[in-house]
Write a protein that binds this ligand. Structure first.
Ligand code: NAP
Length: 234
């Protein structure tokens, strides 16, 4: 049975990914930070284990990994958004978004790697964003955090390939989760009109790509960034 940790899986894309990995017979570890009730409920419905840790805090990440078995699959999904003009962003806000979205991925990968390298096997899927590929007005900091993950994915694929570890990224477009709750119906309709597929994405749309990339069916795929964006034209 494969051991899988999905960071930020109390809600949204992470929760859908946890459900799918559990359905595929994996031993699922659900990381959460603030949404304890949701994480515990999901874990109990899946027979999984929920672990609290702020991924932006290296000590909490180390403690989380100390309680985990060696991982076959690490899905770095936890993330936060922040919109607004760059000149209005405080130093603290900039640090916070980088701390969760980018530092958090580094902390988790660093802690997962020793056992993966020892076993010469492992699979890492990083959740980036279409904005990391193309950038977004009023989402410069968020886009920068996600762009960093794309460079990290490509670099680690090269560095870790000889150790039997594959590293890939998904770049979701507009996915209907709490992260888009700040948009009203008109703004959502505008985004949909920029997509080839006439709807917002669902968390399950992204989860399916993550699970595929982590599976043996994707054994010849590494260092790639896969858009799951309904053909978004921005
Ligand atoms: P969401 O519904 O807001 O869920 C975010 C998840 O991240 C929650 O489970 C949250 O857990 C967790 N999280 C946030 N800060 C954390 C921290 N410091 N430590 C641990 N967990 C933390 O968002 P989502 O749409 O599912 O987003 C998942 C990923 O997809 C993110 O990386 C996001 O950037 C990316 N993405 C989303 C979209 C979209 O349109 N929705 C598009 C592109 C990329 P708690 O509630 O327990 O704190």
């Amino acid at each position: 049975m494969k051991n899988v940790l999905i960071t930020g899986s109390s809600r949204g894309i992470g929760a859908a990914t946890a459900r799918l990995f559990a359905k595929e017979g994996c031993n699922v570890y659900i990381n959460y930070n603030k949404s304890e009730e949701k994480a515990l409920e999901l874990a109990s419905s899946l027979g999984a284990c929920a672990i609290k840790a702020d991924v932006g805090n290296s000590n909490e990440v180390e403690n989380m990994f100390a309680s985990l078995p060696p991982l076959d699959i690490l899905c770095c999904n936890a993330g936060i958004g922040k919109t607004g003009l760059i000149q209005d962003m405080s130093y603290e806000e900039w640090r916070e978004i980088f701390s969760v979205n980018t530092d958090g991925v580094f902390y988790c990968i660093k802690n997962a790697l020793p056992k993966m390298i020892q076993r010469k096997s492992g699979n890492i899927v990083i959740v980036s964003s279409v904005l990391g590929l193309r950038g977004g007005s009023c989402e410069a900091a968020y886009s920068a955090t996600k762009g960093a993950l794309i460079a990290l994915t490509k670099s680690l694929s090269k560095e870790l390939g000889p150790s039997g570890i594959r590293v890939n990224s998904v770049a979701p477009g507009a996915i209907d989760t709490d992260m888009l709750a700040y948009l009203d119906a008109t703004e959502k309709a505008e985004i949909i009109s920029s997509c080839s597929v006439d709807r917002l994405g669902s968390p399950e749309d992204v989860a399916k790509m993550i699970c595929f990339l982590a599976s043996d069916d994707a054994s010849y795929i590494s260092g790639q960034i896969f858009g799951v964006d309904g053909g978004l034209i921005i």
